[in-house]
Design a protein around this ligand. Structure first.
Ligand code: DC
Length: 212
């Protein structure tokens, strides 16, 4: 089974994806880490994130076997990854790896922005996870504080909105729900309820109670 989970930042898609993968014994790939790792390589080498040649070379050379998640979650990398993700050559360089990951037996859960539309358009189940920007900003603030970082809610909200806008407006594989994705709005759901709602949708699709 392949499960595609897309949505904007802090919608809950990452946590849902991890838990769905654990429940069904599937591989899990947080595709945002790929763009973050390219962003880190470019910034570490001293180039701006919109340097197409550097970003493309970094994407082609990327070691896809290990990611230091913690080092990839800094605000500077978060912002740069969104800029880098708009470069078509970068997306192209990361495409085959993601597609191969998706079809590796026994199947996989991938979360990101373009999984249901570009990476795995034939996925068995597609979820588009959403929540209001205000709720997502609150969640991001809690996450940042838990990591010991200072976080101002208004600044975090502005950053989120800027990133949403960039991720949705770009021409290369923009953030959008696939026509056959099931919308899961987590605005009023805690993570346990959001996970249960995701499993309900997956089970309904698997048993034919819902169209895929
Ligand atoms: O999911 P995330 O916040 O870690 O993703 C970081 C950035 O990477 C995000 O702003 C957009 C980009 N991204 C993308 O363009 N396509 C994906 N499938 C996943 C992430």
């Amino acid at each position: 089974m392949i499960v595609a989970i897309d949505g904007p930042a802090a919608s809950g898609k990452g946590t849902i994806a991890k838990r769905v993968a654990a429940l069904y014994g599937l591989h899990h790939l947080d595709t945002g880490l790929l763009y973050r790792a390219v962003a880190k390589a470019v910034l570490d080498a001293g180039y701006p994130p919109d340097d197409v040649a550097q970003a493309t070379a970094a994407a082609i050379a990327l070691d896809l076997t290990k990611f230091d998640e913690n080092a990839l979650k800094t605000p500077a990398i978060t912002e740069a990854s969104s800029v880098i993700a708009a470069i078509p050559q970068v997306r192209e360089a990361l495409l085959d790896y993601q597609r191969a990951f998706a079809i590796r037996p026994p199947g996989a859960v991938l979360d990101g922005r373009d999984v249901g539309t570009v990476i795995a358009p034939g996925a068995d189940v597609k979820l588009f996870v959403a929540a209001t920007p205000e709720v997502r900003a609150k969640r991001r603030v809690l996450e940042l504080k838990a990591r010991g970082e200072a976080a101002d809610e208004r600044e975090v909200l502005a950053d989120l909105l800027r990133r949403d806008e960039r991720d949705s407006r770009r021409t290369a594989a923009p953030l959008k729900a696939a026509p056959d994705a099931h919308l899961l709005d987590t605005t009023h759901l805690g993570i346990d309820a959001a996970f249960r709602a995701a499993v309900d949708i997956i089970e309904a699709v698997r048993t034919g109670r819902k169209r895929r």
